[in-house]
Design a protein around this ligand. Structure first.
Ligand SMILES: NC(=O)c1ccc[n+]([C@@H]2O[C@H](COP(=O)([O-])OP(=O)(O)OC[C@H]3O[C@@H](n4cnc5c(N)ncnc54)[C@H](OP(=O)(O)O)[C@@H]3O)[C@@H](O)[C@H]2O)c1
Length: 347
């Protein structure tokens, strides 16, 4: 099969680099163009980027000339890792011009006609792109901390109905981009504030778990309270979640729901899909970011410490890789689903 050319927007940033790393041997997609700001455009990629990935940068990508993020791009499929200060307008302009933009940025997440997509959770929302007026379309990936939590909540909401959620996060440094938070601020420390994060965690799940009806999404309704903290971990967001249910399950019911959870992307065996979306660990000391973040190509969510809660019904711990599952990997999985379901037309 001839590979499909794609462009990476914001290719010099930390999520952009993760796209380049994850797409290096992708069976369907090939990076044909890298694009970033005017500061980088016109330079060879290797001269514009401060490469911070563990894998080495290939000569093919390193010698590409960085392009501007505009309609001069040849590749119709664009993975966006653009800074939110510029992503809104650039992505809209590209979609209007017929590009298919799959974005990590927050700007379009709540546009009425834009899916906020976790493929395992709400792939049926894809049809929303048909209501977009542009020649192309925009699809967004949720916030990195939202993704791990909602993956774990999905099978529980389907089976028992959720009434309320409380979550406290311990989020990795890489979530702040590069260079991100200074070492003086984070080493030997915890920072109990991540700008905008709590509002995202309290609102995004309601759209993601909503229903597509009459050409739009009807949000689901339950209360969410989030407290977000930055901790000295490089990759992997850990989240302590408490849940109150409408129909009270037993611990075994919840474990069964986690263990049996599967979705369309597993049935289709998409290249980036984890074999199982959720892995439950019975050992009290798990999950841990250093040990579990790369589970199933970094695309699976690890859950543990399920137990009864005195205030809510149950509590547990969720861990997911923030730049893989929570950003570039999740976006690539959306693109694989779009291709498999025929949304890219004749490309
Ligand atoms: N890090 C995470 O874990 C994570 C997770 C989920 C979502 N996100 C989202 O993903 C996006 C990228 O995050 P990041 O952490 O990779 O940020 P980052 O490291 O700061 O990278 C930002 C990228 O945007 C480009 N850019 C900045 N201004 C531009 C302009 N005027 N025109 C075109 N390109 C411009 C930069 O290019 P230059 O190098 O040329 O300046 C760089 O490539 C953000 O919207 C972020 O909120 C991040």
């Amino acid at each position: 099969m001839k590979k499909i050319n794609v462009a990476v927007l914001g290719a010099t940033g930390s999520v952009g680099q993760k796209f380049i790393e994850l797409l290096a041997d992708h069976p369907w997609f090939e990076i044909a163009e890298v694009a970033a700001s005017e500061r980088s455009a016109g330079k060879k990629y290797k001269d514009a980027v401060n490469w911070i990935m563990q894998s080495s940068l290939s000569d093919r990508i390193g010698n590409m000339v960085v392009k501007p993020c505009d309609t001069s791009l040849d590749s119709k499929i664009c993975f966006s890792a653009l800074d939110a200060s510029v992503a809104g307008e650039i992505e809209s302009d590209l979609a209007k011009a017929g590009y298919y933009v799959i974005s990590n940025a927050r700007n379009h997440r709540f546009d009425e006609d834009v899916p906020l997509m976790i493929p395992e959770v709400n792939y049926e929302h894809l049809d929303l792109v048909k209501t977009q007026k542009s020649k192309g379309f925009i699809i967004t990936n949720p916030n990195c901390s939202t993704i791990g939590m909602v993956m774990a909540l999905k099978p529980l909401n389907d089976k028992f109905g959720i009434e309320a959620v409380n979550v406290v996060t311990m989020q990795a440094i890489s979530g702040a981009g590069y260079p991100g938070i200074s070492s003086m601020d984070i080493l030997e420390n915890v920072v109990p504030f991540i700008g905008g994060e709590e509002a995202k965690m309290e609102s995004e799940p309601l759209k993601i778990l909503g229903k597509l009806e009459n050409g739009g999404i009807t949000n689901t309704h339950f209360k969410i309270s989030a407290q977000c903290n930055r901790v000295p971990v490089i990759d992997g967001h850990t989240e302590c979640v408490q849940v109150k249910f409408k129909n009270k399950p037993s611990k075994d019911d919840i474990l069964k729901a986690f263990n049996e959870f599967t979705s369309e992307v597993q049935r289709l065996k998409l290249p980036s899909a984890p074999a199982k979306p959720i892995y439950y660990f019975a050992e009290d000391k798990f999950p841990q970011p250093k040990i579990h973040r790369n589970l199933d190509k970094g695309m699976a969510v690890s859950v543990g410490r399920l137990r009864k809660d005195n205030l809510f019904d149950y509590k547990f711990v969720v861990l997911s890789h923030n730049t893989v599952r929570g950003a570039a990997g999740g976006t690539i999985l959306i693109a694989e689903l779009l291709k498999e379901k025929g949304y890219f037309g004749n490309i």
